[in-house]
Design a protein around this ligand. Structure first.
Ligand code: HEC
Ligand code: HEC
Length: 481
């Protein structure tokens, strides 16, 4: 949005909002806001590493065992074509693979990804994403199919629209589409080049906004918010809510066509997502040196006897720190080394002007999406984990503020740079973060269970060696194989 657009938006908010200004006392990491829940879970920090007997079942739970997919082959093959097709973009140069390249474990190697424009986030890997519950760093999509629709209509990524997706499928994939999904709807030709609908986001509650404001790590941003509130004669929390939600409700040409036509276009768009998701579910890691170690471990009398190629003494020491004193497995566990949850790991504000409340906004967007599992287009017969959670979404959670999705740790060799905004160029830099945890987070509070590791350089090297033992080749559907 242009600066002018933003100002107009704030003014609209101003007109509608309460005129009384309540000045909250703002200081980083100030007191909690009543009514917000902060759970006290799992704060117990290990002072020792695990015994060999405790290590064995944990290692077994990390060993990957892929579920077979029951997607029909024609759907997967269709999805693969869509994934690699650059014509689904405003300049005919951006495909999903632009930012999710197969030879980099489906990432792009960039700090922030570049499509039509440079984005604000780091492109996550797509390996084993069939097993994920929520998608995007803030989890605003509850299925892979719903996720795939986001980049299409993002002006920074494909810069495309659902109407143009319908047009391209009609022109180039009609018979393939129809053999899978049935007849493709005919809409008047002037409907085939419409822009996306307006981006509507719910705003976080006043309690969440007040908490975010009170915990802002950037003083410059605090000052900007207070200054804007004063100019617009609104409460500062209202300014913060608008910044977080990027609300722009001006209807576009898409919203002016008859609802029945909108519905037909949405259905094709959802099917585009279904096909792409079916291809994505084939993207899987093969066995790593760690997985082979995990296979040998049950038969060994002690872990040292189970060492082998790519998993030697340094990796074993690293595993012990990872599951023990490092407490990493608290969040990075299971076959993909993620708990599928969202946490604030205390990353400081990098840009003084950017506000990202993370999961606090993502869960509102997931709840409100017309393409979620409760909506008309991607309804699920068998409820997924995230769909069940969607019904009980806790929107008043302090932990969600500044929380981002726990990423997988498989194939880190291919997926640098790290972190939701790509701020860590290498593994050592993120380990240094966990080692010190010195700065206040950009927003919200750092999760209680995290305490500075204070590991020696040698220990950090071991931790790194362990993480790199999770590397493996990636397999995915290829036509003709
Ligand atoms: C311009 C680069 C770019 C393009 C093009 C792009 N993505 Fe992404 N992708 C990203 C970024 C950046 C994120 C993280 C964004 C966020 O969380 O807000 C992401 C997130 C994802 C995720 C979520 C992964 C997770 O673990 O949460 C999936 C899945 C995904 N993309 C698949 C796709 C598909 C399918 C397409 C094509 C329809 C696509 N992407 C096009 C950059 C891109
Ligand atoms: C409280 C939960 C939690 C704990 C404990 C934790 N992590 Fe993380 N980790 C996360 C989250 C969440 C992110 C993403 C944060 C972001 O980008 O905002 C992350 C990111 C990472 C990344 C970057 C991966 C990528 O692809 O961007 C690495 C590497 C990592 N953690 C390793 C570790 C190690 C090693 C430990 C133990 C010393 C550890 N983590 C402890 C939750 C946790």
């Amino acid at each position: 949005m242009t600066a002018k657009g933003k100002k107009a938006l704030l003014l609209t908010t101003a007109a509608a909002a309460v005129t009384a200004i309540i000045w909250v006392k703002v200081s980083p990491n100030a007191g909690a806001v009543p009514g917000l829940t902060i759970s006290k879970k799992a704060a117990d920090r290990r002072s020792n590493n695990l015994s060999d007997d405790e290590l064995k079942p944990l290692v077994a739970s990390f060993r990957q065992q892929h579920e077979l997919s029951d997607d029909p082959k024609p759907l997967v093959a269709f999805g693969a074509k869509l994934f690699f097709d650059k014509e689904f973009s405003a300049n005919n140069q951006v495909s999903c693979a632009t930012c999710h390249a197969p030879d980099r474990s489906f990432t792009d190697g960039k700090v922030k990804s570049e499509g039509m424009l440079t984005g604000s986030m780091n492109a996550p890997t797509l390996i084993n994403s069939y097993a994920s519950h929520w998608f995007f760093w803030n989890g605003r999509a509850d299925s892979l199919a719903a996720q795939a629709l986001g980049p299409m209509e993002s002006p920074k990524e494909h810069g495309f629209s659902r109407s143009k997706v319908l047009a391209r499928i009609q022109n180039s994939y009609r018979s393939e589409y129809e053999s899978i999904f049935g007849k493709i709807p005919d809409v008047p030709t002037d409907r085939l080049s419409l822009p996306p609908p307006a981006q509507k986001h719910s705003k976080v509650s006043s309690a969440v906004a007040a908490y975010a404001l009170a915990t802002l790590g950037s003083e410059t941003l605090q000052k900007t918010i207070l200054r804007n509130a004063q100019t617009l004669a609104v409460q500062p929390v209202e300014v913060l809510k608008t910044m977080s939600a990027f609300v722009d409700e001006t209807p576009t040409a898409f919203e002016k066509i008859p609802l029945s036509e909108q519905h037909a276009i949405n259905q094709v768009f959802a099917n585009f997502g279904r096909a792409v998701a079916a291809f994505e579910r084939t993207i899987r890691t093969e066995d790593s040196a760690f997985d082979l170690f995990a296979d040998r471990l049950p038969k060994a009398s002690k872990p040292e006897d189970a060492l082998g190629a790519g998993f030697g003494e340094a990796e074993l020491r690293g595993l012990r720190l990872f599951t023990g004193r490092g407490n990493c497995a608290l969040c990075h566990h299971g076959p993909n080394f993620t708990d599928q949850q969202f946490h604030n790991i205390g990353l400081m504000a990098l840009s003084s002007e950017v506000l990202d409340v993370g999961r606090a906004q993502g869960l509102l967007d997931a709840r409100d999406s017309q393409f979620n599992c409760r909506g008309p287009y991607l309804k699920q017969d068998e409820l997924s984990e995230s769909c069940r959670e969607l019904d009980y979404i806790e929107t008043e959670s302090a932990e969600a503020v500044g929380g981002f999705k726990t990423p997988t740790l498989r194939n880190l060799k291919d997926t640098a740079p790290y972190g939701h905004d790509g701020r860590f160029p290498n593994l050592d830099s993120i380990l240094q973060h966990y080692n010190h945890l010195a700065v206040p987070p950009a927003v919200g509070r750092i999760e209680e269970s995290l305490k500075p590791l204070k590991f020696s350089a040698g220990e950090l090297k071991d931790l790194e060696a362990f993480m790199l033992s999770l590397n493996s080749p990636v397999s995915f559907f290829r036509e003709g194989q």
